[in-house]
Each structure stands twice: as structure tokens, then as C-alpha cells.
Design a protein around this ligand. Sequence first.
Ligand code: ZN
Length: 292
Amino acid sequence: MTAEQQGTDDGVVRYQRRGPVAVVTMNRPEYRNAQNSAMTYALDDAFYRAAADPEVKVVVLAGAGEHFSAGHDIGTPERDVDTSFDRRAGLWWDHVGRSGGESRFAREQEVYLGMCRRWRELPKPVIAQVQGACVAGGLMLAWICDLIVAADDAFFADPVVRMGIPGVEYFAHPWVMGPRFAKEFLYLGERVPAERALSLGMVNRVVPRGQLEQEVLSIAGRIAEMPALGLALTKKAVNQAEDQMGLQTGMDSAFGLHHFAHAHNAEVGRDSLAGHDARSMRDAQRTKGSGE
Ligand code: ZN
């Protein structure tokens, strides 16, 4: 590996520098890049590294294999919801050893909502390179990026209303696709193909699958010609405008509803996910004839 391509190739997240571009790649392709906590903390390390490196002007977030990310890990052998990590996204205490809603709230505040909010503030442009599935928790990772470039085989879905939960933890739906379509997206939980996501303004470009990486690196290279401070201030200006449109307060209020739903599920049923796991969610979608 040359100095132009410094990085690591092992672990659940790969980090590679290609000139002024840091490429951060989720690396659990055998599980469609389902995010366990090991992955979210590794992503946090990678984003910190990219933010701190003065040679890096632009960051790309990609997923190894056929899919960007199928969501949070709710069923792989490395699911690690009961594992402690050094907390970074806030001052809430460790969820491990706590029970019920207290444990769930502390964990999701840290590894889902808190991390995503922090990554959105990374003061360099971040481009999501999306192919295949971008589902539920996968949406959160695409949405915290500044640009989303999708392959023509990409699809987007948030099916968690089936669990009785009003959308994923990072509740940006009404801001990234408009309130009218956000309701359809959540009510139906169906796959939205890349071209439709483009027409909704949720993604920037759709390109043939074989040209995805090349197109993303081309855009990243052109952005990297701009001055770093100008890029950082531009990002902050647009993010602040989005915040003024209610993104942060809306997300806080939706997070409360999200946890009310988890707690209701746990109170009346088997668990906080209404008895669902990755397989049952997939089977439910298949029964409807819409894939996934
Ligand atoms: Zn949750």
C-alpha cells in the first residue's frame, strides 16, 4: 500500500486514504453490513481519524459487498447489545447493568442517535456511496452524509413501523424526503428504488452500479479542490439552516416516541422489537411481495 493509500484492511470498518479523500468502508458484507456496536465505534474512530488528518479534504462512506447497510444488527452471531464500550457521544451512563427502558435509552442515545448526530457535524464533506440495500439503520448512515450518490440497484426502506415503532432513531425522514412522502415511506415500509429517491430529492445522483465508485471519487476529487475552511463553513451553514427548520427538536421529540414504542412492546409482549428479528422482518416483506 502506498503513502497515497494508507489504511487498514481488516476489522468491521476499513479506512483508506486516496490522496485528499478518506474512504471509510463498512466491512461486514456477509451480513449486508448490519451495524453492531463494534461497527459504530469503529466508524467513530474512522471519522475522527479523517477529521483530524489535515491531508483529508473529503470523506466517503461506503459498504463492502452487494449492499450499503441492511440496518442495525438484530440477529447476527456478533450482535453485541450487552457489551460495554468507552462512551463518547454523550455523558449518559453505560447501558450495561441497567434494566428496561433505562438501558435501552442509554444505549440508543449513545450508539445510534448520539453517534449519528456527531458524525453529521464532521467539518468536512462526507459522501455516501450507496448500492443495494439501505434499510432502517442504514438510512441513518446515508442521511448523516452531505451527499448521497446511489447506484441504480440501490433501494431505501424503513420498515420498523411493523414493529410498532415510528421510524429509526435518527428521525430525519420529514426533512430528507418531505413530510408527505415520509408518511408513505413509513406507513408502507416498502423499498423505494434509487430513481424515485432521486425524484424526491433524497439522493443527489443515480449512476450505473459499475460506475458508482468512480463517480463518487470523481465528485470527491473536485470538491477537494475547494479550500477546507470554505467547505467546513458551507457545511455548517446548510446544517444550521436544516436545524432552523426543526430537524434537531423534531428528532428529539421523535426519539421520545420511539422509546415509548420500545417500552410498550416490552410491556405487552416478548421484547422491545415486538418479537421481530431480521428474518421475520424479511419474511413479512416477502409475504407482501415487495422483496427485502
Ligand atoms: Zn430503537
